[in-house]
Design a protein around this ligand. Structure first.
Ligand SMILES: *[C@@H]1O[C@H](CO)[C@@H](O)[C@H](O)[C@H]1NC(C)=O
Ligand SMILES: *[C@@H]1O[C@H](CO)[C@@H](O)[C@H](O)[C@H]1NC(C)=O
Ligand SMILES: *[C@@H]1O[C@H](CO)[C@@H](O)[C@H](O)[C@H]1NC(C)=O
Ligand SMILES: *[C@@H]1O[C@H](CO)[C@@H](O)[C@H](O)[C@H]1NC(C)=O
Ligand SMILES: *[C@@H]1O[C@H](CO)[C@@H](O)[C@H](O)[C@H]1NC(C)=O
Ligand SMILES: *[C@@H]1O[C@H](CO)[C@@H](O)[C@H](O)[C@H]1NC(C)=O
Ligand SMILES: *[C@@H]1O[C@H](CO)[C@@H](O)[C@H](O)[C@H]1NC(C)=O
Ligand SMILES: *[C@@H]1O[C@H](CO)[C@@H](O)[C@H](O)[C@H]1NC(C)=O
Ligand SMILES: *[C@@H]1O[C@H](CO)[C@@H](O)[C@H](O)[C@H]1NC(C)=O
Length: 367
């Protein structure tokens, strides 16, 4: 009977614990992300400050997000007043946008049947991420350029992709047959893609009647032989854009308290590795929005199974946690450390290994 009750209690405890864990996981990012009284999402896209949908809600006009709810369901966010549509904004300093792909298509006789030359223009410290994105050129009689501006200078680079026959494409990687890929320089804020062919695709037309070029998130595109025809139906692909909240260094930014963007007391400033401007992040052990007053909140590591490294009892502290061993135990309490060991002296441990009661007794004594 007693045992039965214990079992029931244990089960109850486990299920309560489970509910608790799943809830704490799903609410983990449930801190306030926008300014008070500001819309913090558009459709299913979160809009954390410094971004905002109206005056008073953004850091400055560069971080305006225009939410179009009249023509789109769910509503779609656009960057400032451009046609650049945003799919993710991260507080780590990235924004994912959809970018049109360039296409150059021909009829059998070599006359152009479709051509477009998309471009993207960013401003004020919004820059194309040069590590997450790659320039892809797809086609069997194709060369392409990506050009534009970085700082106050132009850049121009490109690659060429050919193949003689469909079976050149059995290799499903982008290594120069039917597909080439390359990096673009740091700090690009304007990107233009131009496509061209050597023979208007007449020599390859039976299996390839279009060329494609795009700067896109590398992980969003995998080349295969079917890309030649599948891309015909693709309008846009995601691209990663980096943002910074100021154009100066952290040291310079800190000099002006009123304009310094790292508002939360528990935030710190860092400079992104593309070499432009500064950003803010929460100090270790804190999470939330570093750009808001009091935006960084203490993480309760004890409630998070992946952070709670304690063997027995975990106590949350501001910015951290500590492991506590029950009375009669010693050690650092960490699962990957000493853990909690009974008693204090090896002599006692050995001597009392066979009797639990005695052991407890010994522990207390030592304490
Ligand atoms: C938010 O809106 C409420 C009700 O409209 C108002 O009472 C409150 O002062 C506003 N808070 C801020 C910070 O603007
Ligand atoms: C947002 O909604 C769009 C369209 O319904 C969907 O494709 C996309 O995956 C959603 N994004 C997130 C982050 O849920
Ligand atoms: C919403 O998008 C449509 C189609 O792109 C455009 O015509 C309209 O002006 C936009 N509305 C707003 C409020 O931006
Ligand atoms: C290109 O080929 C596809 C079939 O692979 C065909 O549907 C399309 O009409 C062709 N385009 C032109 C311009 O002939
Ligand atoms: C290739 O296409 C271009 C543009 O459509 C056209 O001006 C040119 O005459 C074509 N060349 C050939 C060899 O068909
Ligand atoms: C271009 O930018 C560099 C560094 O940002 C600056 O020193 C230089 O004066 C600028 N040149 C022009 C012509 O604006
Ligand atoms: C807004 O902030 C960005 C980043 O600090 C800066 O480059 C830009 O000049 C600012 N724009 C305005 C209108 O103040
Ligand atoms: C500090 O920033 C404020 C707001 O951006 C600006 O008006 C002021 O001129 C700056 N002060 C200095 C000393 O740069
Ligand atoms: C570029 O994107 C990658 C992957 O998202 C990220 O790790 C990196 O920090 C970004 N670069 C900058 C300068 O933000």
């Amino acid at each position: 009977m007693g045992l039965h009750l214990h079992l029931l209690q244990a089960q109850l405890l486990v299920s309560v614990l489970l509910i608790f864990v799943s809830r704490s996981v799903s609410t983990q990012s449930n801190f306030q992300i926008g300014k008070p009284n500001c819309t913090d999402h558009c459709g299913n896209v979160s809009i954390p400050f410094p971004f905002g949908t109206r005056e008073g809600c953004y850091f400055n006009k560069t971080f305006l997000v225009t939410c179009n709810d009249t023509h789109y369901d769910p509503p779609k966010p656009f960057w400032v007043d451009s046609n650049i549509d945003i799919t993710i904004i991260s507080l780590e300093g990235q924004m994912r946008v959809m970018q049109f792909i360039a296409k150059d298509c021909y009829s059998r006789d070599g006359t152009s049947s479709y051509y477009n030359e998309p471009s993207i223009t960013l401003t004020d410290g919004f820059l194309v991420n040069n590590t997450a994105n790659k320039f892809f050129v797809i086609g069997c009689d194709t060369y392409a350029h990506v050009s534009g501006w970085r700082g106050n200078r132009t850049y121009d680079t490109g690659c060429s992709s050919t193949c003689n026959d469909k079976d050149d494409l059995v290799d499903v990687s982008c290594f120069g047959l039917g597909c080439c890929q390359m990096s673009i320089p740091k700090q690009a804020w304007k990107v233009e893609v131009t496509l061209d062919s050597y023979h208007n695709l007449t020599t390859v037309w039976d299996f390839d009647n279009c060329s494609y070029g795009f700067l896109a998130e590398e992980s969003a595109f995998t080349f295969s032989a079917s890309s030649l025809s599948n891309l015909r139906n693709v309008k846009e692909l995601p691209m990663v854009v980096d943002w910074a909240v100021g154009e100066e260094t952290c040291e310079e930014a800190r000099n002006n308290v009123s304009s310094y963007a790292c508002k939360s007391e528990k935030s710190k400033c860092y400079e992104p590795d593309n070499g432009y401007g500064y950003r803010c992040r929460c100090q270790d052990g804190y999470e939330g929005n570093p750009y808001l007053d009091d935006g960084c909140k203490d993480i309760d590591e004890c409630k998070d199974q992946s952070l709670n490294k304690c063997e027995k009892k975990c106590e949350n502290t501001p910015g951290g946690f500590k492991c506590v061993c029950p009375k009669g135990y010693h050690g650092d309490g960490k699962k990957d450390g000493q853990g909690c060991m009974r008693g204090q002296l090896l002599v006692f441990k050995v001597a009392t290994e066979s009797s639990n009661d005695l052991l407890m007794h010994c522990g207390v004594l030592i304490d």
